[in-house]
Design a protein. Structure first.
Length: 145
């Protein structure tokens, strides 16, 4: 039996670091909202399915980011983040900075929300978010700031 190989390549130039993380957050939210394939299970967000079936656009607001990446791209972003947090060679401060960036971009929290959650001041939270960006860029220079 021959193994089927897929030759997918990741185009990291499609978005900046912030864009990839925002898209990954939107993808995670979409997956969470779907919850499954059929609209009649209790584990599925009924409003999402009703809006989708009615052909309505999902709410557009300042904080809503439309998911424009596919599962493969989301898996690649997730693998990148997982490699950082599971690595023994990455020190705690770098992981902490990336975690602050994730809270801000993936979880879509405000700067003050990140500061409150991490028990630090807004300027320090902002600095940690920027440090996370630069760490990701230095780890993989295909990612653009």
């Amino acid at each position: 039996m021959n193994a089927i190989t897929t030759n997918k390549t990741m185009d990291w130039s499609k978005y900046t670091i912030d864009g990839w993380l925002e898209q990954f957050g939107a993808w995670c939210e979409t997956v969470r909202m779907k919850g499954g394939d059929l609209p009649d299970g209790l584990h599925i967000n009924q409003i999402y399915w009703l809006m989708r079936e009615a052909g309505k656009d999902l709410p557009k607001s300042k904080s809503y980011i439309r998911c424009e990446i596919n599962d493969y791209e989301a898996d690649q972003v997730q693998a990148l983040l997982r490699s950082i947090f599971k690595s023994d060679s990455v020190d705690y401060q770098a992981k902490y900075a990336v975690m602050c960036l994730i809270k801000h971009k993936v979880e879509n929290r405000s700067l003050s929300g990140v500061a409150t959650l991490t028990n630090q001041s807004k300027p320090i939270a902002h600095m940690m978010i920027n440090c996370g960006r630069f760490f990701l860029h230095s780890r993989d220079n295909r990612l653009k700031i």
